[in-house]
Design a protein around this ligand. Structure first.
Ligand code: ADP
Ligand code: MG
Length: 256
């Protein structure tokens, strides 16, 4: 687990499904402890990029490193042990269980002695049920939804459900998290609040976040580094200011 340098690097990633070239020689780097945005229209290859970075799909060519270690052929659960968490575009919560139960069910994955699990009070030698519950509650507090600890997930609005999902991905104490459209279905105010929370978690927990998003403005306001995919190819990359100044990005996404 490096504290400097690059957390995650995908080099020359390509993958095709039949005739569809979902990724073509894509290069993406997430420097350690930064907030990286991945933008692009529907079908651009964003979720596929996450599947390849995460190990759910094997690229036809290209390599992936985590903190300098080659993980190209490593399975998703082994990448998780090295500190990679993710969420999916469609949420995978158990809607019949409470917020607490959903967070608690991710607690068994906690990696002992890493900064987040230690912060949650879950880093000690004893891994009792009570410690797990305390850690899940501490996460609930961090997410700003502690008043909903006992509530059924199905009774909560989208925004709060999104927070639980993010919390679940953080329970194991990842250094890198891949978030697939966490603001999907939220109105502008809720999306804004969610991005502020993510930015705060990123800084407080020293996370490297890569986030796929449709909501271009929020990404440009919060990210350190932005990549834009289109039809499987990188269209632009750089600081938010650089990407926002790109004529193609302006025309396609910013309406100017
Ligand atoms: P995005 O997340 O940017 O909307 P995706 O990564 O989901 O895009 O999809 C990129 C392209 O790859 C699309 O044309 C999609 O139809 C295709 N695709 C993705 N997954 C599969 C699959 N398992 N089989 C066939 N085609 C796929
Ligand atoms: Mg997608």
């Amino acid at each position: 687990r490096g504290d400097s340098g690059d957390a995650l690097v995908g080099s020359n990633l390509s993958i095709a499904f039949g005739g569809v070239k979902a990724l073509q020689n894509v290069n993406i780097t997430a420097p350690s402890k930064t907030f990286v945005g991945l933008l692009g229209p529907n079908g651009a290859g964003k979720s596929t990029c996450f599947d390849v970075l995460n190990g759910l799909k094997t690229p036809d060519s290209g390599t992936i490193t985590m903190f300098g270690k080659d993980v190209t052929t490593m399975r998703p659960w082994d990448r998780a042990k090295l500190g990679m968490g993710r969420t999916f575009q469609a949420n995978r919560l158990n809607h019949d269980l409470s917020v607490g139960e959903n967070l608690l069910s991710a607690a068994h994955l906690a990696i002992k002695g890493n900064p987040i699990t230690t912060l949650l009070g879950f880093g000690g030698p004893r891994k009792s049920e009570q410690r797990a519950t305390e850690a899940a509650y501490a996460m609930c507090v961090l997410l700003g939804i502690k008043d909903h600890w006992h509530d059924r997930v199905s009774d909560l609005d989208f925004g709060r459900q999104r927070r639980i999902e993010i919390g679940r991905s953080l329970m194991c104490g990842p250094a890198i998290v891949l978030l697939d459209e966490p603001a999907a279905g939220l109105d502008a105010d809720d999306a804004h609040a969610l991005f502020a929370l993510l930015r705060q978690l990123q800084r407080d927990l020293g996370l490297t976040i890569i986030l796929v998003e449709h909501y271009v403005k929020a990404v440009l306001e919060n990210a350190d580094l932005v990549y834009v995919l289109n039809q499987g190819q990188l269209l632009a990359s750089g600081s938010p200011a650089e990407v926002a100044a790109d004529p193609v990005v302006r025309a396609e996404y910013l309406g100017s």
